[in-house]
Design a protein around this ligand. Structure first.
Ligand SMILES: NC(=O)C1=CN([C@@H]2O[C@H](COP(=O)(O)OP(=O)(O)OC[C@H]3O[C@@H](n4cnc5c(N)ncnc54)[C@H](O)[C@@H]3O)[C@@H](O)[C@H]2O)[C@@H](O)CC1
Ligand SMILES: [K+]
Length: 478
């Protein structure tokens, strides 16, 4: 069993409170709060000129951090006003921090919030457990420049969903590890610049937590690099089912497989064979039956779905599943709400519309929905979007932020299937192949020198994108 990656681990607020409890054995909460406040203050001093500041403090430890920031900014000579949105519980750590604030406490934050140069949002952090009251929302709504401690109040740290209201922060400073809500939409759009600060909690504590969620970055997975002794079969063989009518999608997928490093790419055409043959001298277009193709033990990776009609998928997919090959299913494979037909594939790559067609409307958050779907069909689910989620049936989830709107073009999904197929063909494990493929896809878009690449142009950048993903990283492991 490989050790979980610590560098890119994301912690839910619940996991973070477990970390706090373990940390409290060696470092007191009040000390952690002092460190947190100090860390936030340093980041503010780096970015803003001295100005008047209103610190909005909630009743919990997030508010406690706020009182520390207020004290340290005042010590630095800033004009600081504090407003207690709710008083901390008597004797609590936040209460201790509040008592150390001896400056101005204002009862009418409304009259200050528009006048001050900066608002520090220390209302709620990890402890947010219900929608923001209207009066808190209306107050925060008036703030112009906001620095959020841990999370903009109202952003759910686990799901990124907005609970009633949340301010748009320019900067969010969080502690020890980022939270999924910092990267999931819509939360990601509310947190501004994100800084993760060490506040004295050691990484060893993470061995007490069952890590389940990561940011999708190189180092979470490793892509094989090219070697002197490479030969085409070692690079990997990818086979793509080509539709009889919509022949562009399978070709894009096949091109993406070739350009991301597959040694051989076959197209098994269900019609229009000559068009497939003419489209690239590098494709091998099958002339024999599917049964014969599946007997070739080197052809273990198949793409099924791009450009396929429902009846074509219904005919081919069961044969591929029965042959026990690894399948990446996309597009045409998502035309029915019978998810049972996907059992036996390795990876599915639906966008939200396709996902909901197969698994039903997403109720609640996307991570839970993708995890459940992965479990239901026993396959890795790549739920595509601006915050693509890659969920494994064993519960692991990666959130991808390495992408841009350059990927929002027809055929872009077909290229993703080709990349993922190539990586799977290298022998990488399934979830890791999907994660790495999503990152490489995003990188191919970012490498374009303009904002509007076609899917064909994306495929041209894939070799370089794969190289960039392979650049060795120092991986921190327990
Ligand atoms: N994670 C860490 O290592 C550390 C965390 N600290 C801070 O502690 C915070 C977490 O502290 P807490 O667990 O006390 O949680 P919070 O400070 O986020 O708030 C919890 C309190 O707010 C109430 N509340 C939650 N949502 C509400 C709503 N919508 N309306 C009204 N009341 C609501 C809760 O009932 C509870 O009383 C973190 O966000 C961080 O800022 C630091 O102080 C120290 C170190
Ligand atoms: K906050």
């Amino acid at each position: 069993m490989t050790k979980p990656n610590l560098e890119f681990a994301l912690l839910t607020p619940t996991q973070m409170s477990i970390v706090d409890r373990h940390a409290a054995r060696t470092i007191s909460i009040i000390e952690l709060m002092e460190n947190a406040g100090w860390a936030v203050t340093q980041e503010i001093l780096k970015r803003y000129r001295p100005c008047s500041v209103l610190v909005l403090c909630g009743p919990g430890n997030n508010g406690g951090d706020g009182y520390v920031v207020a004290r340290l900014l005042a010590q630095a000579g800033w004009a600081v006003y504090v407003s207690s949105i709710a008083n901390p519980k008597s004797g609590s750590d936040a209460d201790i921090a509040a008592k150390q604030w001896t400056g101005m406490v204002v009862d009418d934050p409304e009259s200050y919030i528009k006048k001050v140069g900066l608002v520090i949002d220390a209302v709620f952090g990890a402890g947010l457990n219900k929608d923001l009251d209207l009066h808190i929302a209306n107050l925060l709504r008036k703030a112009k420049h906001v620095v959020a401690i841990d999370m903009p109040s109202g952003v759910n740290g686990e799901t990124g969903q907005i609970m009633g209201y949340a301010p748009h922060a320019e900067l969010t400073v969080t502690f020890f590890k980022a939270k999924p809500g910092h990267y999931l939409l819509p939360g990601r759009e509310y947190r501004g610049e994100l800084v993760v600060k060490d506040i004295g909690i050691t990484f060893e504590i993470l061995s007490q937590i069952e890590l389940k969620c990561w940011l999708n970055e190189p180092g979470l997975w490793q892509i094989p690099t090219s070697e002197l002794t490479d030969y085409k079969y070692r690079r990997g063989t990818v086979s793509v089912i080509g539709g009889s009518q919509m022949i562009g999608a399978a070709r894009l997928s096949a091109h993406a497989a070739l350009n991301s490093g597959a040694g051989l790419v076959y197209i098994f055409a269900l019609g229009n064979r000559d068009c497939y043959s003419a489209s690239s001298p590098c494709f091998i277009v099958d002339h024999d039956s599917l049964e014969t193709a599946l007997k070739d033990l080197r052809r273990k990776i198949w793409v099924c779905g791009p450009g396929l009609l429902a009846n074509e998928v219904n005919e081919i997919l069961p044969q591929l599943i029965a042959a026990n090959v690894k399948i990446i299913a996309d597009a045409g494979a998502f035309q029915s709400d019978q998810y049972d037909m996907l059992k036996g594939v390795s990876i599915i790559t639906p966008h939200i519309g396709e996902f909901e067609r197969v698994f039903g409307k997403i109720k609640g958050d996307k991570i839970s929905a993708a995890r459940l779907a992965a479990k239901q069909i026993g396959s890795v689910v790549v739920l595509k979007g601006a915050d693509t989620i890659i969920a494994s049936p064993d519960g692991r989830v990666a959130i991808n932020q390495h992408a841009s709107s350059r990927l929002a073009t027809a055929g872009s999904g077909d290229t993703l299937t080709g990349i993922v197929a190539t990586l799977l063909a290298t022998g990488m494990p399934v979830w890791e192949s999907a994660c790495a493929g999503v990152w490489v896809h995003g990188e191919a878009g970012l490498l374009c020198d303009h904002s509007w690449p076609s899917a064909e142009i994306l495929t041209e950048n894939l070799g370089k994108a794969r190289d960039n993903a392979s650049i060795s990283k120092n991986i921190v492991n327990l």
